[in-house]
Design a protein. Structure first.
Length: 261
């Protein structure tokens, strides 16, 4: 009886498996054709399996793979690229993934795919482009290239992030100097353009004033001036300050105003 109980305990221990959260179990039938690929994998929870069969457990939640690579730019300079990929196995194809790629599928499939895509994409750009304006474009292109390579590999690629691009110190210094000079040149051109616009504004303003004075001079006759003088005299006569006004004693018959009170 003791032997039977021990045998039963071993049988039960060998016949049960618990699949954890975010995992899937691939069933291997020793006497039934090997890896089961025509059925869904074992889901989360408790399962009974024949003791002569095996279950391989896979993480099917999103996973992260960080990779530091030495790649070449379009002009042959060595660039250090730090990238991260987010991925997970395709749940329904976990059995095929196990059968064709194995448990070490990350090293066999995903890492080589990222490296190949990164080398292909970075090789299209110069160090200046990698350092400044093309970071987002490079990231998108590496994601697209990697996804093409992983097509049909039973892996879902969610995102590729380029965390850092490191250039050789001498190249980085030269690029920074060049960018600084370009910025200074743009600032000088801006100041020059501003000065030219200000000079043009002043010229137009001066021409406008000269034209206005010409029109005004042409319209001022002696009689108009006399009329303006008479109006001014009338306004002054209303003032409370003491004064002496001599009518018709000024030049051209204009009145003379004496007194400063």
């Amino acid at each position: 009886m003791i032997i039977g109980i021990i045998f039963l305990i071993i049988f039960i221990a060998k016949s049960t498996i618990t699949i954890g959260s975010g995992q899937a179990g691939v069933l291997y039938k020793t006497f039934g054709g090997g890896v089961v690929t025509d059925e869904s994998p074992l889901g989360e929870g408790f399962h009974l399996v024949a003791p002569w069969n095996d279950v391989f457990v896979y993480e099917v939640r999103q996973q992260e793979l960080s990779e530091e690579m030495q790649v070449l730019s379009s002009n042959g300079l060595e660039i250090k690229l730090d990238a991260t990929a987010w991925f997970h196995p395709q749940y329904e194809n976990t059995g095929k993934l196990h059968q064709e790629k194995g448990e070490n599928y990350i090293e066999r499939v995903i890492r080589p795919a990222i490296r190949s895509a990164a080398r292909s994409v970075v090789g299209r750009y110069t160090p200046e482009q990698l350092y400044s304006t093309k970071r987002d474009a490079i990231q998108d292109e590496i994601f697209t290239e990697t996804k093409k390579i992983l097509a049909g590999q039973y892996v879902q690629l969610n995102e590729v992030l380029v965390r850092d691009v490191t250039l050789p110190a001498t190249i980085k210094s030269a690029i920074e100097t060049k960018l600084k000079q370009e910025q200074e040149s743009l600032e000088y051109e801006f100041r020059l353009e501003k000065a030219q616009k200000e000079a043009e504004r002043q010229r137009i303003e001066a021409e406008g004033k000269a034209r206005a004075n010409q029109i005004l001079s042409a319209s001022l006759t002696d009689k108009i001036l006399q009329e303006k003088g008479i109006q001014a005299t009338l306004e002054l006569s209303k003032s409370q300050n003491s004064k002496v006004i001599v009518i018709g004693s000024g030049k051209d018959g204009m009145p003379i105003i004496l007194g400063n009170q």
